[in-house]
Write a protein that binds this ligand. Structure first.
Ligand SMILES: [Mg+2]
Ligand SMILES: [Zn+2]
Length: 229
């Protein structure tokens, strides 16, 4: 079993990028958001433009980030993954620095994070690099989550017959659509749950991480028993 988990709206209770933009960016960020909604620019282009509009010094940015709370049960969920040697990767179309700072403040800075990369600072200006983008990604995201999850599955080719090599995905939003069809076990809320329902993609609805841990512990136990036969 390997787990990939979205960040904004899934691990973080709010969308961190939207919060930072609302508090610190030139209002023109909303024009970009509308152009994206109308399909005139991709999500990746939208994010790059918006991050360049973030004002405020690093202390102001940190103060906004330090107000973000994590979903109920997430720390316990991370502890369960660790205790059961289940790899957990945060895969986000958000901003790496924002995520790292928030996780670190909750004692979870050790988690691997795949996200857009923030460069620069208040004096030099901020900009976003997108090393995980993929031309032709249906989601048009800065981070192509389906590619990330597929590559990781290929990396474990030798274990392809291992019943334990189940790909679990947890998410809530549009950037999770492309990867959701590929998950062996999908946990979805909000827009992602509506999307999964509309496509008849099997999924578990969730509101916090306690229910996810309970469901995964049962699935993990079944896999372990099967592997022992
Ligand atoms: Mg999200
Ligand atoms: Zn994609």
């Amino acid at each position: 079993m390997r787990i990939f988990c979205d960040f904004d709206g899934t691990i973080a209770k709010v969308d961190t990028t939207d919060l930072v933009l609302t508090r610190l960016a030139d209002p023109a960020w909303e024009d970009l958001e509308e152009r994206w909604t109308r399909g005139e620019i991709t999500a990746a282009e939208c994010m790059r433009g918006q991050v360049a509009l973030i004002g405020g010094d690093d202390a102001a940015l940190d103060a906004v980030l330090d107000s973000v709370e994590l979903a109920d049960g997430f720390s316990e969920f991370v502890a369960w993954c660790r205790a059961n040697a289940v790899p957990l990767t945060v895969v986000s179309d958000g901003v790496d620095h924002f995520i790292a700072r928030i996780l670190d403040r909750h004692g979870l800075g050790h988690l691997p994070v795949i996200a857009n990369h923030l460069v620069g600072n208040a004096e030099l200006g901020r900009r976003l690099e997108q090393p995980w983008s993929r031309a032709g990604c249906a989601a048009g995201s800065g981070v192509c989550k389906c590619q990330v999850a597929t590559k990781s599955a290929e990396a474990s080719q030798g274990r392809v017959n291992d019943p334990g090599d189940l790909m679990v995905f947890i998410g809530d939003g549009r950037s999770d659509f492309c990867v959701s069809n590929r998950a062996d076990l999908l946990f979805a809320r909000d827009k992602l749950a509506a999307y999964a329902r509309s496509r008849a993609v099997p999924h578990h609805a969730f509101s916090d991480f306690h229910t996810i841990t309970t469901t995964l512990a049962a699935a993990h136990g079944r896999l372990a028993r099967r592997a022992a036969i």
